[in-house]
Design a protein around this ligand. Structure first.
Ligand code: NIG
Ligand code: FE
Length: 422
């Protein structure tokens, strides 16, 4: 008998979400490695073993045992695309959009992202942290145990660094682990109106080096992301920013094809980006590139839903091409204020035609690869970090099928129970 910290027993289903090494690609998406009457053994924050209950009970003696009778057990959700932290809200723009204004029209009139930039620039570091902590607490309640967090509401050197500092502090203060992304090329700030190229030069010459110094001081690798979109940053500007970022040691991401398919996805693949995100209006040749490359395609179905638009990420075409597909919330105050990966799964099943099993893998294993953390999180394989959800349902398929109800019962992060009823 081996002594361990924690044993979860009698789970109706344990969804292991196994390899091959790397994300599940193409039509291989949706392999759950389902164990009925399953158990999970945890020690020193890691998964030690996953098997049927009788098997693990014969091998391990645990300090604490959780009986997960009639409950499914899955990996913690990984949300690989959020715009946390921000300040303020854009409820007035939501009303304008209901009345017929488009997102890009509001942005062109100095609203949209710029209105959140103004609020975020005004905030102190402490205000930014205090305002975003409850947001992360809600994400945890809905089962997200790791997330990406972007700058992009500073758009000048100091305000972008303030956002990085806030992400760092938020990571330290609560259980949801944050992977930081530097996004000074999220919009052209008002003071550079009509001078996009001048702003691109500032991003390249001042902001990227400042972010790289910050990353070195904090001993971490930063992602760099660009909003590659008609009327924002074109493909050539995106390429130049990302090439400079790569030379400074950043890993890469791209906001591509959200409104217009410019070629941002093909560029992401060519540059070896970790992920290309949104991918709503993605040209066929870019979809083919995803199938041949290593860049993970991140679908954000909360965004077209949030904008009340009809087009969603063409998941079938991406899977037919052999691409690796992940899901994320895009949590932001403009297009999609949604903290719940369960809601995202429900939308992906309906509008991207994923099965619940495919959506679950896209929201866990593949999402972890979309932030470069696939070796540590996103599945319940032995050796991985013990980030585990015990659900309030015996059948994992209720994720996707049901929506608007929180199906998470218990959240375990690095082997510790961080959220439980009562
Ligand atoms: O991913 N499109 C660019 N960025 C966000 C929206 C940010 C905002 O509107 O504040 C997005 O949809
Ligand atoms: Fe986004």
């Amino acid at each position: 008998m081996q002594d361990i910290d924690l044993l979860i027993i009698n789970a109706s289903q344990v969804c292991v979400i196994p390899g091959p090494s790397g994300p599940q690609r193409g039509h291989g998406l949706g392999e759950l490695g389902l164990i009925t009457n399953g158990a999970v053994a945890v020690h020193t924050g890691k998964i030690v073993a996953v098997a049927e209950t009788a098997n693990l009970q014969a091998r391990y003696r645990a300090m604490k045992t959780i009986d997960a009778h009639s409950q499914a057990v899955i990996p913690g959700f990984v949300d690989p695309h959020t715009h946390i932290p921000w300040m303020g809200d854009r409820a007035a723009e939501f009303e304008q959009r209901i009345a017929g204004a488009t997102y890009m029209e509001i942005m062109a009139a100095d609203g949209g992202i710029m209105s959140t930039v103004r609020a975020t620039r005004r905030a102190t570091h402490d205000e930014l942290v205090a305002d975003n902590l409850p947001r992360l607490a809600r994400m945890l309640q809905y089962g997200t145990t790791s997330a990406e967090a972007k700058t992009g509401y500073g758009l000048d050197k100091l305000a972008e660094l303030k956002q990085l500092e806030a992400i760092y502090r938020l990571h330290q203060l609560q259980p949801v682990e944050l992977t930081p992304t530097f996004l000074p090329a999220h919009a052209v700030p008002a003071e550079f109106h009509g001078r996009t190229e001048a702003y691109v030069q500032v991003v390249i010459e001042e902001m990227l080096p400042a972010g790289a110094v910050w990353a070195k001081e904090h001993d971490l690798t930063l992602f760099c992301d660009v909003f590659c979109e008609a009327g924002v940053f074109d493909v050539d500007q995106t390429r130049r920013i990302l090439e400079h970022a790569a030379a400074l040691g950043y890993k890469l991401k791209v906001h591509a094809d959200e409104f217009v398919g410019l070629g941002g996805t093909k560029l992401a693949v060519a540059l070896g980006a970790t992920s290309a995100d949104h991918l709503v209006h993605t040209p066929d040749e870019d979809i083919a590139a995803l199938g041949a490359g290593h860049t993970v395609a991140v679908g954000l179905p909360g965004t077209p839903f949030g904008l009340a638009e009809g087009d969603y990420t063409p998941a079938k075409a991406i899977l037919d091409a052999g691409g690796a597909l992940a899901l994320a919330t895009d949590c932001n105050p403009g297009t999609c204020w949604c903290e719940s990966m369960q809601m995202v799964m429900a939308l992906a099943c309906r509008y991207m035609k994923l099965t619940p099993a495919q959506a679950l893998v896209a929201a866990t294993r593949n999402a972890a690869y979309a932030i470069g953390r696939g070796d540590n999180i996103g599945s319940l394989e032995p050796g991985k970090q013990a980030d585990i959800l015990i659900l309030d349902t015996a059948d994992y398929r209720q994720l996707g099928y049901r929506f608007g109800t929180n199906l998470v019962h218990t959240v375990i992060k690095k082997g510790q129970i961080v959220l439980a009823p009562g």
